[in-house]
Ligand binder design. Structure first.
Ligand code: DX5
Ligand code: ZN
Length: 220
């Protein structure tokens, strides 16, 4: 059985108690911190920026997986590396020179990720798949936590998995949006390697238990 990674999304944390929520993730069965950065241009919402990422990094003891929902990410790549990002995902739809952007991310020692919106066909990644460490398949329209999972995602995961195998690429498949203990097993069966979960974790009565529950559901 492959090891499925669980990445709680800090977007749904309590920002008045951010250190507490980070320690909770440190002490849980979670594998990564998923950190959503939104600019109010690429998506219709603004989340938080560099100072908050710096605060997260100061306390986080696990991989920091940054999901940029911003236009023109290139000028900020070095800064994200300096602030402790281990993985940096940019949106396919926001990058005119995606290949160049991926190389720039790797040059800073980070894993290079590409996030794709629900309407973006996975085959558009074919010519660059070998350069991608992580594809973040959006299973909601990006911008907000707590939205409903889009069912078409399963087909996209299967197609993406085929593309990865065909190209003998090292790419992990991450699913982001509306993930819970009901859809986890089907997502893994379709080919998912990493499950992001915001509301499912942070709105649960017992978040560490929700994380363990998701890990267990993903391994079935
Ligand atoms: C949405 C973000 C997600 C979000 C997931 O734009 O990229 O990471 O926090 O939250 P849930 O799991 O609540 O859908
Ligand atoms: Zn995200």
């Amino acid at each position: 059985m492959r090891d499925i990674l669980i990445a709680p999304s800090v977007l749904s944390a309590d920002f008045g108690n951010l250190q507490r929520d980070i320690e909770m993730i440190n002490n849980s069965e979670a594998d990564w911190f998923h950190v959503d950065i939104m600019d109010g241009v690429f998506v219709p919402n603004i989340s938080f920026g560099m100072p908050v990422l710096e605060a997260i990094s100061r306390h986080a003891k696990k991989t920091i997986d940054v999901h940029l929902m911003i236009v023109n990410p290139d000028p900020y790549i070095k800064t994200f590396a300096a602030l402790g990002a281990n993985n940096l995902s940019v949106h396919y739809e926001a990058c005119t020179h995606l290949h160049r952007t991926l190389q720039a991310i790797k040059a800073e020692g980070m894993k290079a990720g590409v996030a794709i919106n629900p309407h973006t066909n996975v085959n558009l990644l074919e010519d660059v798949i070998k350069d991608i460490d992580l594809v973040c398949v959006m299973s909601v329209n990006p911008g907000f936590g707590g939205q409903s999972f889009i069912e078409n995602t399963y087909d996209k995961i299967r197609k993406l998995k085929e593309l990865i195998i065909k190209n003998n690429a090292p790419t992990l498949i991450e699913i982001d949006g509306g993930v819970n203990d009901k859809n986890a097993a089907a997502l893994v069966a379709a080919g998912a390697d990493v499950l992001v979960a915001g509301n499912f974790v942070f709105k649960a009565p017992n978040p560490p238990q929700a994380i363990s529950g998701l890990k267990l559901a993903a391994s079935k």
